[in-house]
Structure formats: C-alpha cells, structure tokens
Design a protein around this ligand. Sequence first.
Ligand SMILES: [Zn+2]
Length: 624
Amino acid sequence: MTRFFVFFFFFFSFSFSQIQKVDVSFYDLDLDFDIENKSIKGSNTIFFNVLESIDTLQLNLFQNFFIDSILFLDSKCDFKHIDNNIHIFLKDALHVGAYDIEVFYQGKPQIAKNAPWDGGFVWDKDSFGNDWVGVACQGIGSSVWWPGHDVLYDEADSIRFSATVPENLKVVSNGDLSFSKDTIVNGFHKKLFVWKNSYPINNYNLSVNIADYQHFSDTLLGVNGGLNLDYYVLKENFDVAVKHFSQVKPMLHFFEKKFGPYPFYSDGYALVETPYLGMEHQTCIAYGNQFKKGYLGKFPSDIDFDFIIIHETAHEWWGNNISMGHMNDMWIHEAFATYAEALYVEEMYGYDEMLVYLNYQKKKIKNKHPIKSDFFSSTDMYYKGSWMLHTLRTVLGNDYRWDDIIKGLQFEFKDKIVNTNDIIQYFMNSFFGVYKSKRKEGDYLSQNYQDSISYLYNRSNKPENLKAFFQQYLFESDLPILEYFYSYEGEGTFLNFRWNAVSDFDMPIIINNGKEKKQRKNLTPNRKKTYLARKDAFIKGRDNPNINKKLPLALWDDVISFFDFYINTIGEVPDSSFYIQHYTWIYPTNVWGKIPLIEPIVDDNQHHFDRTEDFFLIDIKKIK
Ligand SMILES: [Zn+2]
C-alpha cells in the first residue's frame, strides 16, 4: 500500500483455538456483480487442512452481509454470524485432515470513503459513463467483501475467482485469465470471467477490477525466462498508457537484478487502472497515479518516474513474496518497498541522486512512534524504515555484501510469512557470517560475495550490537543521540563523544575529513566510555586498542566546522540517522563521568551546525 495512512480499525478476529490449527489451501470464490445496486451475491468454497483437532470452526465476514446458507460435510450446517465472524456449529471435533466448506452470501459491501486507505469498494464511472469498479482492503481485511479465514498468517496457496458482470464490462483479477464466456443471470445477458492465482497470496491482495478496459501486453525477457506483462487501462488513456508504462521493463530488470527473480512468473505481471491511487495487489497492481510523474505529479518535483509504479511493484518482492504475519510487522513490507524507491534512483541516476531522494524521504520522518508499531497513523515504517535500511547498509560498509544479503532475504523467505524477529535474526546471521544460505551459488550471487570484507572482520563488533541497532530503530521512537564535546589540554584538542541510546548501541560513524578523497573513519563510540582524539596524534579507544587509528592532522578542525557523519562520503548532501548534541566543556578533565553535563550553549551549537537544516532536529530540551 502507499503511504499516508489514516486511522482505520481492524475487524480481524480469529479464534485463538484456530491459530495454526487450520491452514487454508484454496479459495474458490464465485460472485455475481449487480453494479447498479452496488451489491454482490455468490459463494466461496474454502478448502482447508486441519493440522490439529479442533472443536470450533470460525470464519470471517463483515456483518452487513446476509449469509444464505453454509454447506459443510455434505449438508447445511448451523452457524452464528456476529461481530464479523461466522461461528460454525460442529457436531463433533474435526480431526486432522482436508475439508471444504462453502458459504453462500449476498449484500452490499462497504464503500470505501478514501480508498485505498480505509478500504472497501469504489464504484465509479469512466469518462464515457461506463462503470468502473475496484476494491482495496489492506488493513480492514478481505472479509469486507468475501468470507474466509481473514488473518495475515494464513495465506491460501492459490485462489480461483469467478466474477460475472454486465456484458459491456471486463474483469481483471490476480493471476491468469482462465477463460471468459457469455452467460445469463436472472434473464440478463452478462459475462463470466474466471481468474486463477497460482501462488500463495495475502487475503487483502485478492482484487477485482471491473471496467470497459482496453488491454495491451508485452513480454519481459527476465532472469527466469519470458514474463508476461499485461496492462489494463481505460480506453481514454490507452495512448498515454502505452508510452507511460514503458518504464516498467527497465524497472523490473533492475528489481530482478537487485532482489532476485520476479516472484510470480507463472501468473505474470499486470498494471490495472483503478479509480483510487494504488495498491500492491499481487500480479495485478492497482494503478491510479493518472499517468503522472512522482506522486500524482506533485512530488518530488524533479523526478521523472512514476512513484506508484515503482513503489507498488517493489511490494511484489517485499510484501507479496515475503509477507508479514501480523499488522504490527508491516514495516517489513513498507520499509523495504520505500528503500527500493531509493535504490531505483541510485540505479538510474547514481548514488548522489539517491541521497537527494533519501533526504526528501527524511523530511517526512516523525520519530513519534516506533517503526514496528501497532499504531497505524505513523508513516515512519516507510521513511524511517527506508533510512534504517540505508543506515544498516552503511554500517556494513560493503555494497557487494549488502546486495547479497538483501537478495538473500528473498530466497530465504520465498513465499513465507515472516515476523520482525526473523528479519533481525537473518541480518545478524548474515552480518556475522554464520548464515547458512539456501541460495544456489552462482546464479544470483555477486562475484564478490566470498571476498567481501564483513562487518565482523573489519570492526570490533558483535551480534549484540546489531541487535541493539534494531532495538533502537525498530522499537524506540527516538533516534539515538551522538553526544560530544571538545576539551582542550595543553596543545591538544580532544573530541569526547558517546551514544545516548539503548544499551549496547555501538554504531560506527563516518567523519568527513573534508579532503578531496573523502575518508571513511569508523569510530565506535560506546555509551559508557570516552574516546579521546588528540589533534596532533590519534584517536584512542581507551578500552579498545583496535580503534586506535592515525588520523590526518586537519581532521578535527574540519570536524569542528562540519559533521558529515555516517552516511555520505561522496556527495554534497549530509545525512544522519541520529541526533547530534554538542555540550560545552568547562571542566579540566577528560573523564566523561566527571564532566558536568551543563546546558549546551545555543550560540555554540549554531557555530557548529551551520547546516543544521540538513540534519535531524537537534532537540536540546530532549536530553536535559
Ligand atoms: Zn507500500
């Protein structure tokens, strides 16, 4: 889904006794659309496996629908439909095995007030007055329009969706069109379309798009062979769409290079024009950016690509291939998809332009809620999530290795449901070399994988530090604060610094020494230690001789005038993923613990942060 959440409420409800005891294998959804009355009628047959005996069976469907009947074990069964749940009355416990249950229902699905964010149906018209219908239900859940096991952790392995619509219209859904044919419903000539999605799929990704679509297609010669590209647009937009969608192929080539093969080759890739902005519907992405650049043509002002195409397509890897099991893990979808935008910019325009783009994203970071959060009014899972990933890449300090790690995620968790801990553990294992890859060597790994210098070897670091990194960025709303002051003794100038962050946070930083060939200096300040830098000598880690490094004489003068910490060693745009707090030294000691943390002198800060507008806000009050 795209950014800009509004509040929405969750009607997911599931019986805890069903958790991991029931596993849906296949949905066979069959609906007739009465567009004039904005209503639907039909059935869903749910094929599921009972993994462990159960004595209750519960499905999910919004309360506003009327359930005609439910067929189970060859007969109509009793049920109760309350609070958006269908409780099936079982005569006996269900033992381990395969079952199917068919729910017949009808009603008017909820209309979305502001799709795709609040979810529901959109009933619109094209410019010729033809009906144009779509649905978006991420967050609110698929039970807003069809009955099923509406939980994120239970994906069907495949879905067949049959939709009957007025004969002048077409239906586009996920996967492949098996067939379409004329039919008659209640005396009306209509048309039936049968679509088959053949991969595991989130419930919210099942989509229906109805319009007088005009179709065109293409083929991508991708890493796994020919990939069908299909485009469905309103007739009035056909010409502009043909031109506009030409950006799809280079984008897909790039994503395949970066993230591995497109995950759904058999089902193909499609963009479908929708009356709402966009949604990552698997293999049939909702496209509503009006064939404009950026985000509805508004921003960023100078980019020449379509934001919705890039972002929603990235979700085919991040969200649809690798999927969260619970809404509070949604950062896994959005952080990677948002960083994928930056990677696309890097590929097309270079690293410096990517930094410009990242800084555009940075302006939207709020630091009010943790990235991993149940609180869906926050957009930090997008922008701060993107920044967290870029920061992690810089911590690793080896882009070849980084690329393999990111691509490896796609192989490790292909078609899997993951949670935050899975991702953290994966990164820790990857960074520290104990990761046993399931990937096939050769095909997608860079040549440098084996040769790369890992975080493990070029820094005195350990897995706990990476854990602390994720603890700070995913679970805390505040950014870490790099605290420093200068002290002067005799001829020497000393830089004293430490992290004010979660315990064990030990992120290395870069100092730009202002030379033409900028140097990356990895300093590892520890929260409880003071490392001193003598102007004419060295940086010395008092308790860690490994970070004893010779530095150019001019370094500290440059540091005083300009901190270019951490991210950028090339371009002109400074970046940071943390606050910086300067204190003024008044006491002749070099032991941090004895320094009274006096109030920072604002004028002094001004002096040191001429370019503060490019950094995160320095909140003096915050650390008093
Ligand atoms: Zn998204």
